[in-house]
Design a protein around this ligand. Sequence first.
Ligand code: BGC
Length: 727
Amino acid sequence: MGIKDAKWITTAYELGDIAPVFCRGFKAAQAVERAELQITALGVYEARLNGKRVGDFVMAPGWTSYKHRLQYQIYDVTDLLGGTNELRVTVGRGWFRSPIPGWLNTEDKKNRNEQPCGLLAELTIRYADGSEERIMTDESWSFGESAVRFSEIYDGETFDARFVTGEWQPAVLLDWSKDILIEQEGEDLCEQERLTAQKVFRTPRGELMVDFGQEVTGYVEFTVDAKAGDTVYFNHAEVLDAEGNFYNENYRSAKAKVRYICRDGKQTWHPGLTFFGFRYIHLIEWPGEAGPEDFTAIAVYSDMHRTGYLRSGDETLNRLFSNIVWGQRGNFLDVPTDCPQRDERLGWTGDAQVFAKTASYFYDVEKFFRKWLHDLAADQRESGEVGEVIPDLMPDGPGSAAWGDAATIIPWQMYQTYGNIRVLQDQFDSMKKWVNYITSATTTPDLWTGHFHFADWLGLDAPSGSYKGSTREDFIATAFYARSTELVIKAGKVLGEDVQAYEALYAKIISAFRKAFPDYRTQTEHVLAVHFCLAEDLQQTADDLAALVRKDGVQLRTGFVGTPYLLHVLSHYGHSDLAWDLLLRREYPGWLYPISKGATTIWEHWDGIREDGSFWSKDMNSFNHYAYGAVADWVFEQAAGIYHDEVHPGFTELIYEPHPDARIGWLAARLESRQGLIVGSWLCEEDQVRYELTTPVPALIRIGGAEKRVGPGHYVFRDTGDITRIE
Ligand code: BGC
């Protein structure tokens, strides 16, 4: 029983750009008690039963490592069924047949692009008398052209509202694996926020633009009163250029265009088989007058439950918090991606690794990451190497330190945030395989040498013309080798596994590291040496880091690898004032500078837009790249002071150790943990700080050198050492 009994079907011939629609008519023999549709596609599908959309899953069946795993969805369609019925399913190219990545021409990509589309579905109808009827994809289905004349992840969608499928032909069977089928495992992908346009305006160059006031990932819904044959045609953009004109060169080869041919009358439409990352649209063609009320940006992302909130007395900082959350929304569309706009939109492992902790505070991402980690394990190569992106659409590309370590760091983080051992059980083999891979691939035992790496990607201390910061690559690689080995040991202990061999390896890596790297040269080298406990004298190294940051003009010089831990290291070792200086810096480089340039999401480069309005580059310049948003986990843990130690995963016991800063007046953090609601806030009064804590679990309060253990409850106190319980 179930979808596996159905047969894969496809079109009798290739329809090129046009998305096919598959169709099957049937009659319900008698009163229906329940009807359930199980369905998936090679591509992305939209199913309609008697003209009504089935479910609210967008971009179904989602994105997995299709060679190994393809999700199917199950919908209760009882209410959509009548006596005479017709099931129609449109299948777009989706990720399955997309030319991903945009800038590489590989054999794998060529093959992918030439794959056939496919549909597999089973509708089970249970009648009132207890009998059942099953309608499954097979030769009895028909196919035709749909009104979707073109649809593709990077390039956009073309829809002809006048088009009516006229010619139906028999669908043909497709020989495709059914062993890859898995029931929906990730979060559903759904339409979320709807943002009405803020304004319609003309640029100095005369372009007609719509501004939504917020960068989102999803698509634009519009309403237009038109004549049949009129065209709505628009392009997408994240920012305007220095003169205030339309600009989207940074999308690179992704065309990101929507073309809609109108029917007669008032009509409302949005694309449904692709998505875009944008704040603006440029109306290249629009019949009649355009007003803001005609346009709505619809955000599309995984249906995760929101768990974390930050708010402070500083509006710029609040905007940063909002930008980080929007960065997560915009890049958690079934797979954690680097960016949603240019010809990438890939599950870059490094970016996900960097942001996973922050992500796990703002939203419940356990299910989201468990699915993706299963793909990571499925795509892990024979050697144990983890590719640059998951799903691995660059199977010939090398992995890299701090990217492949997503294999160990993310499972451990999910376990830490949620306290659920299952993710470790699922991933333990994959974690070990990654460490074993390094052991087998290195050219120097106990260090990781002789391999390609992305290094401290985008580090500000990069030599001119390079994306790679100056931190030594073998330093980073060995530091992460140590970290991943340590996490295998920790996970193994939780699982009751024998990890002696890894303990021996870990000891050897540490001693080899200390011999090979007796000195630390860059900010990132100091950060890693302390954060991964590699340095012999952690306090001294952290103090040296603080001195180096000061010497650098109280500016960070770190990239993807060092930045996420920089403030943590400073705060942990008594330099919170400096951590705050870095966070609150309003000039480049720093988290708040982009906000002065109108940022509504996190940028790939601190100076994506420079002071004079010019762009950092037109090539690698995403305005929705969540990686540096990882600073929010410092805000939760150190600034607001809510964290737990590793032996209390899932916040079963809390440590409350805030580091207030009078410059922002107050800070409040709210975290819906698996144990219940945690709220921590502080308010700087004239000469003291007022703290307020709600904890559902026992907590260790640490303020100004004093420590006190308390039970669950609500506490208000000041930094006088006097902690008063308020029931
Ligand atoms: C992506 C990054 C990614 C990097 C690898 C870029 O093109 O956008 O975020 O991690 O490549 O270094």
